[in-house]
Design a protein around this ligand. Sequence first.
Ligand code: UD1
Ligand code: UDP
Length: 362
Amino acid sequence: MRIVNIVGARPNFIKIAPIMAAWKNHPGVEATLVHTGQHYDEKMSDLFFRQLGIPKPDINLEIGSGSHAVQTAGIMTVFERTLQENPADAVLVVGDVNSTIACGIVAVKMGVKLVHVEAGLRSFDRAMPEEINRVLTDSISDLLFCTERSGVENLLREGIGGDRVHLVGNVMIDTLLRNRARAAETNVLGELGLAEDGYGVVTLHRPSNVDSLDRLRGIFSALNTIAAELPLVFPIHPRTRKNAEAAGLLAELGDRIRIVEPVGYLEFLRLVDCARVILSDSGGIQEECTVLKTPCLTLRENTERPSTVEAGANRLVGSDPDAILAAFADVMKSDPADIATPPLWDGRAAERIAAKTLEMFG
Ligand code: UD1
Ligand code: UDP
């Protein structure tokens, strides 16, 4: 079986690492890796390949940044050529970014089987670009792997079921469990002058938060209040830095909020593992917090990952400053030991994905 695996953006690298490793256990599989180039900064891309031992991509489409149409269409044009020149039996996409849907459409229109890892997640918020990518990718996929029960239920409701859909666990957690001990060997806490359980971590990059200056200003004011009690470290996403710098907002963050460049996977894992609380609008970080038993305040109105809320790790807080402060006060009284781990988040999702894909299309 020849299978082309697609990555483009930061969370994709973390998800593909165990999948590329799993293919190696199947001698009958010829697995190649295509990087669309959606993310390209050293700290948003190459660093993850090095730290996680992901094979060098066979091809980089070098698409770079652009509007949704420019980026998606650009990936489609170049990937179509790539797939014509390198025929495959299946294309595997992960997550919900523009690279996911762009390569998915190309694959199915060329009659190539499409495998979607992390299928079925729904925020039910169509203003989120990722929700459009999720719904469309799932609707054209031949084989759909879900991380949690809600994913299977959402797909069934949309008429997608049967032997196409499999609950297999979470490849992001495969990577976490494989690297937790290595992360503990980094000196990121020492370098940033942080003590275990004595700080919080912030990440922000959702357009709904960071493309609206009013909303971003409100979040920053809440962060300043929180930082008076608990120092914060804020590895800032390039989208957020660009917007905040252009509006002169970064200067509004006080000196107990340490702004740093995006950090490597191992350093970030260590930061989350040892933090008292995370404030974030990320998708994947909600899941990592759940397994690490670090409380997560999600600065969004909804989540496509309800199992993290049910596990007691994650609270939906929105972006209103008063709501953020109230949730922070509440979470500081909670006991993280009570957080549960969702079923099958056991480090073996990629193995299950490889075996089932081979059984179906090998
Ligand atoms: C993308 C994904 C989002 C995912 C996030 C993970 C889509 C629609 N969005 O959002 O789902 O949660 O990645 O981080 O696919 N930039 C750089 N250097 C880079 C990459 C981006 O400077 O290496 C800047 C550019 O100004 C770019 C902006 O960030 O325009 C946004 O990048 P883009 O990939 O379009 O979206 P993200 O916000 O990163
Ligand atoms: N991450 C990282 N360094 C950082 C911030 C995040 O390695 O500075 C990792 C994090 O551990 C998680 C992934 O990036 O595995 C999440 O990516 P992001 O929040 O960009 O995207 P989302 O999950 O929201 O799509």
